[in-house]
Design a protein around this ligand. Structure first.
Ligand SMILES: Cc1ncc(COP(=O)(O)O)c(C=O)c1O
Length: 481
């Protein structure tokens, strides 16, 4: 269970940026520790508990899929976690683990850009190369529980965490856990490709709710739910949402919408999968509370990942949810991958345990992307007669709606490539990706700053060529694939 005492790190963290002149030149609001490691609202108070039931252990059974309910614990895995929990040396005739003496490594050293070192040798290295309980490295789990408590200050509830192999793994686990064939699932109209690909094999009925410039529109969601309910249709048990810097639309759901959506989850009885890998990459002063921070009734499954702020190849990620859900996710992990990579978890543990370094690194990653986001935004101004977009306040994406182009498929797969420009078509984020799209998703993560203007100039040319083509040859509107 998550430690419920709030342990403020502000005393240590308040000094971070004073010690690190590298970061001290960046915006005033970001220098405050609270801005760096804080994902809760300012003095928010919630009264959901007074109006709606807090879910208990038995309630979650109605959310689990038939497939998930068939999962049973592997006895050998249960034994391994028990031994880890007891933490005592035992003589073992039980475990099928390989003998550490046969491992070919005896020393591992990684230098961090911050100047510190990560050194593993002997016993520590052997442990970092050995099997683990499926929930994750116990020391890492402890740290993650504390981190979630400090970042979100969630309402007190029996919650826990499990380490996942990237947030993508968490998404997949959630759909496997909660979706039966034909089930309605709520998402935004355009969403992360990885979520759609994970969902498709479950053959769901997608309730793709449109967004405006501020993300998913709660009134539309309510109208859809109300209509289904009045017609006696099957109701959704789960919603998948990217609340901060949605991939691809770049929207950030304001606090009042989050509260409204949370309330709808309580009223219409569904769970919220809060996939928030861009949580730390926000470029505005406004602080928006996470869904986890308001979860009084046990309806939020939060997915975190270090892919966007530390590195992606580590596959460092975790799920935070009511303990009954985490126990079930552990059953999924047991059969999917036993556990995510031990060495990665050891590295993640080191990175997270140095909170001050973590905060400074997040701050520098955010400043890095913010600069690029601004540079692309400035260059795009010359395109205002060709497309519409809203400057993203979080995340890594611009979402452009093109004028005079009914479908970007030919443009991205032919015209742009002929002009040496790689673009991502809106189709990639639609559940039905054979349907036409007027959108492009642009990202600024890896492009050289010097190349941005050239890229935008080429984009303008490509749009104009394509507009003319579509005027002349309407048959080209038909998506060619
Ligand atoms: C919204 C969203 N969720 C999850 C992921 C995957 O993250 P991870 O690398 O942790 O699997 C991405 C990656 O682009 C993403 O945009």
């Amino acid at each position: 269970m998550i430690v419920t005492t709030f342990k403020s790190n502000s005393v240590i963290l308040k000094k971070i940026l004073d010690i690190r002149p590298l970061y001290s030149a960046v915006r005033q609001n970001s220098q405050n520790v609270e801005d760096i490691l804080c994902l809760r609202g300012e003095k928010e108070s919630y009264n959901f508990k007074e109006k709606y039931r807090v879910l208990d252990e038995k309630d979650y059974f109605r959310f689990f899929s038939k497939r998930s309910m068939k999962r049973e614990p592997a006895l050998t895995r249960s034994l391994t976690s028990m031994v880890y929990k007891i933490g005592k040396q035992m003589i073992s005739l039980a475990e099928g683990m390989p003998n550490e003496g046969t491992f070919p490594f005896n020393h591992l050293e990684m230098n961090l850009k911050s100047g510190s070192k990560l050194v593993l040798e002997e016993q520590e290295l052997a442990k970092a190369l050995q099997y683990l309980p499926s929930q994750g490295l116990p020391d890492l789990l402890k740290l993650l529980r504390e981190l979630q408590q400090d970042l979100h200050c969630p309402p007190s509830l029996d919650r826990d965490v499990i380490v996942t192999n990237g947030a993508q793994h968490g998404i997949y686990q959630c759909f496997d856990m909660f979706v039966d064939p034909g089930d309605p699932v709520i998402t935004t109209e355009y969403t992360f490709t990885g979520a759609n690909s994970a969902l498709r094999p479950y053959d769901p009925e997608l309730l793709a709710i449109p967004e405006d410039d501020f993300g998913l529109i709660p009134e539309t969601l309510e109208a859809v739910l109300e209509e289904r309910s009045s017609r006696g249709l099957k109701m959704p048990r789960v919603m998948y949402l990217i609340p901060t810097g949605n991939n691809p639309t770049g929207t950030i759901l304001p606090a009042w919408r989050r509260k409204r959506i949370y309330e709808l989850a309580c009223k219409y009885d569904f769970l919220i999968i809060e996939d928030d890998p861009y949580a730390f990459l926000y470029y505005s002063q406004e602080k928006v509370p996470s869904f986890l921070s308001m979860d009084q009734c046990g309806r939020v499954i939060r997915l975190d990942s270090v892919s966007k702020v530390i590195c992606a190849g580590l596959r460092g990620a975790w799920m935070t949810a009511p303990s009954s859900i985490i126990e079930r996710a552990e059953l999924h992990s047991q059969s999917e991958l036993l556990h995510s990579c031990t060495l990665s978890q050891v590295i993640l543990h080191r990175l997270i345990s140095q909170r001050s370094d973590l905060a400074a690194h997040i701050h520098s990653a955010r400043s890095f992307y913010e600069r690029r986001c601004t540079a692309l935004g400035t260059a795009l101004r010359s395109l205002s007669h060709l497309a519409h977009w809203v400057e993203p306040k979080a995340g890594l994406f611009y979402w452009l709606r093109l004028q005079g182009i009914s479908d970007v498929h030919n443009m991205t797969f032919r015209t742009a490539l002929e002009h040496g420009l790689m673009l991502c078509p809106g189709q990639a984020f639609q559940y039905e990706h054979s349907a036409p799209s007027q959108h492009l998703r642009l990202t600024f993560t890896r492009i050289k700053l010097d190349d941005i203007e050239t890229a935008v100039r080429r984009l303008a040319e490509v749009i104009q060529i394509e507009q003319k083509l579509q005027e002349r040859e309407p048959q080209r509107l038909a998506t060619e694939r």
